[in-house]
Design a protein around this ligand. Structure first.
Ligand code: ADP
Ligand code: MG
Length: 192
């Protein structure tokens, strides 16, 4: 995937998060504070004015910086830091091998920054499962990404605000897992 397509996919997330704002708000209202929809939209709304497309590396770095300073909440630093880390390993043209490297970096960045493991009912569950699937040469389309987010419904949250709900967090999808579906769908691009 070249820089123009990658940039287009990232900028299109503004529309995606406009469409999904209410859904994400509802999810975060159930097991959080109801701001995840507005947080994600604020991050991607700002991207068109802040994006630096002088190189693929700068595209990822400027996306990370924009997300870090505009999303807010717990998810802003997680997404922001991840894009800044991915900027260090991204190629000028993202092929399958580079996508695997990007997803590995994304997964490690969330794990490190969030001190999170698998099955703690967070965005990490989606990125880690996507990394494993793409590494195994499996096609990961939107439907498959959604199935990874759906897996968080039965989990008990042990990280972030949702962890205050303990057992009562069961039965609700994690909002960050849902937003991660769209972010990964944009990154995976041609590979789906
Ligand atoms: P806040 O919880 O501060 O209101 P958001 O609502 O924007 O922030 O984001 C909540 C999402 O952030 C959760 O649904 C979860 O996926 C993710 N999250 C929170 N804490 C962690 C963590 N320690 N590790 C990974 N993801 C986390
Ligand atoms: Mg919230």
């Amino acid at each position: 995937m070249n820089i123009n397509t990658t940039k287009q996919h990232l900028l299109e997330l503004e529309n995606t998060f406009k469409e999904q704002e209410d859904t994400l708000t509802e999810l975060d209202r159930a097991i959080g504070d109801g701001d995840h929809g507005v947080n994600m939209l604020r991050g991607f709304e700002n991207l068109k004015d802040k994006v630096d497309d002088s190189s693929m590396k700068n595209l990822f770095k400027s996306t990370g910086m924009t997300l870090m300073s505009n999303i807010g909440g717990a998810s802003g630093p997680l997404y922001g830091f991840s894009f800044v880390k991915m900027a260090e390993v991204v190629s000028d043209d993202i092929d399958h091998d580079n996508l695997v490297t990007l997803l590995e970096t994304f997964t490690e960045a969330i794990a490190k920054r969030g001190k999170v493991e698998l099955n703690e009912k967070t965005m990490y569950d989606v990125v880690a499962r996507t990394f494993e699937a793409v590494k195994a040469d499996e096609k990961v389309n939107l439907e498959r990404l959604q199935s990874f987010a759906d897996e968080t419904i039965d989990m008990v949250a042990t990280k972030g605000r949702a962890s205050y709900y303990k057992e009562a967090s069961k039965g609700y999808m994690d909002p960050g897992a849902q937003s991660m579906v769209y972010v990964l769908n944009a990154l995976i691009g041609d590979e789906r």
